[in-house]
Design a protein around this ligand. Structure first.
Ligand code: CIR
Length: 390
């Protein structure tokens, strides 16, 4: 388990589900999407990496929906699942295999099948199983963070960065996500941007070979933490890949060809992705650090994209919906199931998302923007068994 390297978050909410005290913030029960995720949650396939081995949500029954912070017993959770399943009967599950292997709502779907829900408009790509992460692995901020790689002149304020990191961890926990910490590493100023060190795909994880040579030593403790949970794969030099360049949308993986990730890195990832039945598509990243610096998932088939930063064509061609935003920091949103974390540097994006009915939490991560990072970079996220997450 390498438990010496990992510490559970010390600030778990003190409420107890048995006591009946509600948590400080109660996330909504996620709406069912496509195939019922809750059934898979109750009966996880054995081959899937097992986040239950790292149970970090006190008092939550095994295989319970980590989004369901209001449930007090397995029975309560189960009955909620049944409610969710009953609701899902109203929602059509009109999958079919498109020529590119992606399931789409049939062009012939009747209004009865598609209802009023725009998620089921004909031709739209369907991506069942999208869920909040079960667990997020974060890496603490070292004093050396002031020497992180950055394009701007202003060095980050380490004390403020640590405060903001705590806020980030609290936001994850408040969304029902379990958090594991890997201690800071003074030899690696950028190690808090842990997303770049691995790509987790179901039962498999590719330990990356980061594009920046100074970051390659960050991967060891991450591999140790993941080894108990996933089958690990590595990349051979000279291939390079940063996790920040990998964007999953259901059965598709978009990989940014950036200064940090190359075609050989994409091929290494494609080999692992194939084991999970995922298809990989490369996308040029002409400006900015990573693909996900500019475009991220906000629900199972919608991306938010910093307008002008990246060509939207590959995403539209895949049947995904795009929400274009003008704020650079608005392109990196972290979707925790239905809850969205949005940078406080992108207030118009947050307002737009709220106006569209999203559950938005704004977080100040200014000191991570100074290090050319954003919200997704600060964690590696493991979905519940059989699911996928942003
Ligand atoms: C770097 O240049 O590698 C770090 N200072 C920032 C990495 C940000 N990571 C990410 O967007 N996934």
């Amino acid at each position: 388990m390498h438990s010496n390297m990992l510490e559970q978050v010390s600030s778990w909410p003190s409420y107890s589900r048995q006591s009946g005290n509600p948590p400080p913030e109660v996330p909504p029960v996620p709406a069912p999407v496509g195939a019922s995720p809750v059934v898979a949650s109750l009966a996880p396939p054995e081959s899937v990496c097992d986040p239950v081995a790292v149970v970090v949500i006190p008092s939550l029954p095994p295989h319970a929906d980590p989004n369901d912070a209001t449930a007090s017993t397995a029975g309560t959770i189960k009955s909620r699942f049944m409610v969710a399943n009953r609701r899902s009967r109203r929602t059509p599950a009109p999958y079919h295999e498109a020529p590119d292997g992606c399931a789409r709502v049939p062009e012939t779907a009747s209004s009865c099948e598609s209802g009023d829900d725009p998620r089921y408009r004909p031709g739209r790509m369907l991506t069942p199983g999208f869920h909040a992460p079960h667990t997020a692995i974060v890496r603490d901020v070292p004093d050396a963070y002031q020497h992180c790689l950055r394009s701007g002149e202003l060095a980050p304020d380490v004390a403020l960065a640590r405060l903001q990191h705590r806020g980030y961890v609290a936001a994850l926990a408040s969304a029902g996500v379990g958090v594991l910490h890997i201690p800071a590493d003074e030899a690696h100023p950028d190690a808090c941007f842990i997303e770049d060190t691995a790509v987790i795909l179901g039962a498999h994880a590719l330990i990356s070979r980061p594009g920046a040579p100074s970051r390659r030593g960050e991967c060891g403790p991450v591999a140790a933490a993941l080894s108990a949970r996933c089958e690990l794969h590595t990349m051979a030099a000279p291939a390079i890949l940063d996790g920040g360049d990998v964007l999953r949308a259901g059965p598709l993986l978009f990989v940014g060809m950036s200064r940090r990730s190359d075609a050989a890195g994409a091929r290494s990832l494609a080999a692992v992705a194939a084991r999970e039945g995922l298809e990989l598509r490369t996308v040029p990243v002409a400006a900015g650090l990573h693909l996900k610096s500019a475009v991220t998932l906000i629900d199972e088939h919608t991306l938010v994209l910093h307008d002008g930063a990246i060509d939207p064509a590959p995403f539209s061609a895949a049947g995904l919906d795009l929400l274009r935003v003008a704020e650079p920091a608005g392109g990196n949103v972290l979707a925790l199931g239905r809850r969205l974390l949005v940078s406080a540097d992108a207030p118009a994006t947050a307002a737009l998302l709220r106006s569209r009915g999203h559950d938005v939490t704004s977080l100040d991560v200014s000191e991570f923007h100074r290090g050319d990072g954003a919200l997704t970079c600060l964690s590696l996220r493991l979905p519940p068994p059989g699911m996928w997450c942003a």
